[in-house]
Design a protein. Structure first.
Length: 696
């Protein structure tokens, strides 16, 4: 017998307390006048002896209860010794996308199930998943039937193969099992990619036998869609589909590209038969039958190749940013007179899926996600001010034109920007006149906002005149200056979308602040040739921050909520992640600030706070499409993982086998529970005897 916590055995010394009370208890002497004892029979004497016996039994039960409680807290167990028999089989499953290639999964799974079918009662088994990280499907134990059933029901996933972590964990767990035979069954297609980064110089622990399956040959037909982009303008939209052929091609192979609108029964909007030859990626242009206008575009597309030996990478999902709810929009507040910015947006030739211009909604309607252009006071006053903050918290971008109003000035001051009216330049000829207009100078040619001018000339941007300029006093740490007035003060700056510290802080979008207005009385820039290209580039730049990535990959974590201070992992109770178009059924789930999809497809995220829903495209990892096996010339590197001492371990099981840890042994035997039950029975018996003794 061994003890996990032997210090608690000192509690058995408490037995001395009931013993001391038993012997030191004084019995009061009571004098009872009695005429004579000759009438008392032998019954009274027997009752006295019986009470004395009950008291001794009560003392024994009290002492025994204390001893059992002390022993239970000390956690006893019987230390096992190596049995020298039995089997322990651990199946490590490569559940990556490459295992979906025809003929791989079912063949390897049948071999793994056969390895478990050979186990006898008392043997131990476990199933360990390799991807995305090592995790137990069935922990190592004697539940061999559960391991077989779990393995039969398992399906491969879409992750990338990584062998190193699972290999080391499996070897460590198997080495601690008491059985004589310890087998590590490696259920994998031995893809070259999976073994990348493995330390072949570190062998498995002694006694662990590694069962490797033969590397699978490359399939006869394997091609993958590695990228899709939408080009052109309405109505001549085109999809540029990039495909890579992985199998050797001595002659051209014809494949058909079909493009569907989002949904399992989506409408076919494009189809083309192409010829593949060679291993280098090739791009093909497919005409699309899409409606004109960004607002009419579908929210997403599914691009398919006719299936080959690995159908998982013959699909590619693309979020267009259309479909109304998902589309990035440019919302403009109302201005008196002619809206030159709205005219410039209509004149700019933005690509398919680009933001569309619309009026900023009033009343209780939330601002649509995307870009908001603010040129007056209304957006900074209640109730619009609250919607402005929610818009920023969800990653919206702002383009603000200074007008000097108190609400706008107060909102900007809270973000570290002070707006000051800038006097006009005094003319050299007549110092008493109102002054000459100001001009923009010192443009930052490295800023992406000027990408449309960097290969031409910045001179057109220097010619615009401004008759009501505002100087933007801001710390260099809080903003990036893009342009300055001719007297040196900042005129165009980029602000961080993060607001003041606290629960209202936000991040994700961009804020472009201009120290001028766009009315005819304030500037002549809308009449200049440089205005429309600048507006075009500014919208593209602002949209890039909010639009982010149109396609994600399996294995990546997608940020959903951009608000700070809310606590990671916490989202709205009504935040919902819903699959719209996936190759496998995916139930809707409540999510927090981020989600990690395990199945490719198109998904919709509803924040549950009144903001528009968003569409996300998730695709398979492109590197997993390369099914090249581990080369036969380097098979000895895989066999080097087997310990050189394995044969010695089999010949000397008493040395090779390893006793379970004390904690594991004690947890399996659970003797403390029986000791606690015995103590409870002793206390129950003591209570019964004590009551009868005191009553008599």
């Amino acid at each position: 017998m061994s003890w996990l916590l032997p210090g608690f055995l000192a509690g058995a010394l408490a037995i001395g307390l009931p013993i001391a009370l038993h012997f030191l208890r004084s019995k009061p002497t009571v004098v009872i006048p009695f005429p004579t004892l000759r009438f008392l029979g032998p019954t009274a004497l027997r009752e006295t002896k019986r009470n004395r016996l009950r008291r001794w039994l009560t003392l024994l039960l009290r002492c025994l209860a204390i001893a059992l409680l002390a022993a239970a807290f000390a956690r006893p167990f019987w230390a096992s010794t190596p049995s020298g028999g039995g089997k322990a089989v651990l199946v490590v499953v490569d559940n990556s996308m490459s295992m979906q290639a025809s003929g791989r999964w079912e063949s390897l799974k049948s071999q793994a199930v056969a390895a478990l079918d050979g186990l006898q009662p008392g043997d131990r088994a476990g199933v360990l998943l390799m991807n995305p990280s090592s995790q137990w499907l069935v922990p190592m134990g004697d539940q061999t039937e559960a391991a077989r059933n779990a393995l039969r029901a398992l399906q491969p996933g879409y992750e990338t193969t990584r062998c190193q972590g699972a290999l080391r964990l499996a070897g460590d767990v198997l080495s601690r099992q008491p059985e004589k035979e310890k087998r590590l069954f490696w259920m994998s297609d031995e893809q070259r990619l999976g073994w990348a980064g493995t330390n072949f110089g570190q062998a498995l622990p002694p006694g662990v036998k590694l069962n490797l399956t033969a590397p699978r040959p490359e399939p006869a037909s394997q091609a993958a869609i590695t990228g899709v982009t939408i080009k052109g303008e309405a109505p001549a939209f085109q999809a540029e589909v990039t495909i890579r052929l992985y199998t050797p091609a001595s002659e051209a192979r014809e494949r058909t590209i079909t493009i569907f609108e989002m949904g399992s029964a989506g409408k076919v909007v494009g189809k083309k038969t192409v010829s593949l030859n060679g291993r280098e990626p090739a791009s093909f242009t497919v005409p699309l039958d899409l409606p004109p206008g960004p607002s009419a575009l579908p929210a997403g597309l599914r691009v398919e190749l006719d299936p080959d030996d690995l159908p998982a990478d013959d699909r590619f999902y693309l979020s267009l940013g259309g479909g109304g709810q998902n589309g990035l929009s440019v919302s403009l507040d109302a201005v008196p007179g002619v809206d030159y910015l709205a005219h410039a947006l209509h004149a700019a030739k933005l690509p398919a899926g680009a933001p569309q211009a619309q009026a900023l909604p009033g009343g209780e309607a939330e601002w649509p996600r995307g870009i908001a252009v603010l040129r007056g006071e209304e957006a900074f006053l209640p109730p619009q001010a609250a919607k402005l903050e929610r818009f920023l918290r969800n990653g919206g971008s702002l383009w603000i034109f200074a007008d000097g109003g108190p609400a706008q000035a107060g909102w900007l001051k809270a973000r570290g920007v002070v707006i000051e009216p800038l006097p006009l330049s005094p003319p050299a000829s007549d110092p008493a006149s109102a002054g000459d207009p100001r001009h923009l100078r010192d443009w930052d040619p490295e800023h992406p906002l000027l990408a449309a001018f960097v290969h031409e000339s910045l001179l057109p941007l220097l010619q615009a005149e401004f008759r009501r300029p505002y100087a933007l006093r801001v710390s260099p740490a809080a903003a990036d200056r893009i342009a300055a007035w001719d007297e040196g003060s900042p005129a165009v700056v980029e602000l961080s979308a993060a607001g003041p510290a606290g629960p209202g802080a936000s991040a994700g979008g961009r804020i472009l602040l201009c120290g001028f207005g766009l009315s005819r009385e304030e500037t002549d820039w809308p009449m200049k040739a440089s205005f429309v290209p600048f507006v075009d580039q500014a919208i593209r730049w602002l949209a890039a921050a909010r639009e982010g990535r149109r396609a994600w990959q399996i294995g990546e974590t997608i940020p959903l909520s951009l608000s700070l201070g809310a606590g990671e992992g916490k989202g709205s109770a009504s935040s919902l992640w819903t699959a719209l178009d996936t190759p496998r059924p995916v139930p809707p789930q409540r999510v927090g600030n981020a989600v990690r999809p395990t199945v490719p497809g198109l998904y919709r995220y509803d924040a549950g706070d009144g903001t528009p829903s968003r569409i996300f495209a998730v695709n398979v990892p492109t590197e997993e499409s390369d099914l090249a096996p581990w080369p036969e010339s380097e098979v000895e590197r895989l066999t080097s993982l087997q310990s050189k001492k394995e044969a010695e371990a089999a010949a000397a099981p008493s040395v090779a086998t390893t006793r379970l840890s004390d904690e594991t042994e004690e947890a399996r035997q659970r003797f403390w529970w029986w000791l606690m039950a015995g103590a409870a029975l002793c206390l129950l018996g003591e209570l019964t005897l004590a009551n009868r003794t005191s009553a008599s």
